[in-house]
Design a protein around this ligand. Sequence first.
Ligand code: GCO
Ligand code: MG
Length: 406
Amino acid sequence: MKIVDATVLVTCPGRNFVTLRITTDEGVTGLGDATLNGREQAVVAYLREHVVPLLLGTDPHRIEDTWQSLYRGAYWRRGPVTMAAIAAVDVALWDIKAKVANLPLYQLLGGASRERVRTYGHANGRDIPELLDSVRARQAEGYQAIRVQTGVPGLRKVYGVHTGEAIAHNPTRLDQRAVPVVEDWDTPAYLRHLPTVLEAVRNEFGPELPLLHDAHHRLTPLQAAKLGKDVERYDLFWLEDCTPAENQEAFRLVRHHTTTPLAVGEVFNTVFDYQTLIAEQLIDYARSAVTHFGGVSALRKLFDFAAQHQVKSAIHGPEDISPVGMAAAIHLDLAVHNFGIQEYSGHTDATNEVFRHAYTFTDGHLHPGEAPGIGVDYDEELAAAHPYDPAYLPVNRLADGTVHDW
Ligand code: GCO
Ligand code: MG
């Protein structure tokens, strides 16, 4: 079998998604997600200019060899653009292999280790009453574990709290291109506020509901240690990205001061980003996306390493991972033994129409379905009705204007 075509598809049914479609000489197609939110076109160019020419004529069954030649052959290792491009190839090739075998992908990954995949959903509110309503809404949708984020008194707009303002267009620029939304930040105000939020949520919903919280890289290790300790009595399922994740050693200080479970990894793209964190058991959950980590092949190896150190999987699954990336994640979730939880927010109807998928969401749990491959079809005609729309992630600034981690 030979690869005869590899096409990069870009669509924006509500937000931008980049998809790689590989076709074989026998007419089998495979899909891979290559979406890197806010930097989409870098991956498009990387794939079109540097990867597609290398794929044509090669054997789609040689997934590991193709992965190694794209990784080692580039010489320039790692990085989100390279690893998102490799991920798209990897998942598209797994999709083809599983379709040829006429099996859902999870069967090739060792078969199901569980009946269904537990998820968590996102609840948020500008204030506590709005958050409590949002938790109720997620519960009504079936979610059995919920991430809680709120506004902070005195701040206009913070991460994870929706205000409807997604893309800002700059009226002073003639080309009207999107500019990043500016959010504001004050760590002491946040550290004072969050325990009161968790107190209110526990009072309302009781001790059993698994609760998660994302600090989104905004604390120093000492502040993160203090927060973890302060909120121990609220029994979080995890505290996510409590301090900038690049400095793995920083987690030693956090870990030594708190028993609040820690989750990290959505900005990582190789196992090397995790070496100290996992080997020293400084975290409890590894949170990378299939889409940003070099695909199913690489994430599977990460989770096998993590399993040796009691670290569980928690694949990153925000709305900016396409249904192709989600499907690949759900197959892996069903198969790996050390599964922890899957993040899942769903997608807009327009997105689900472009990416018709076999996976289902019932009672807070996902199942990848039994369709051969990853179980996603891409409707190119519908996709063409949603052209690329440039958008940035927000930028965070302190009261005096200093840029802070977002
Ligand atoms: C999460 C993440 C996302 C990221 C987003 C950036 O926990 O799901 O923090 O919300 O911010 O994926 O594109
Ligand atoms: Mg996060």
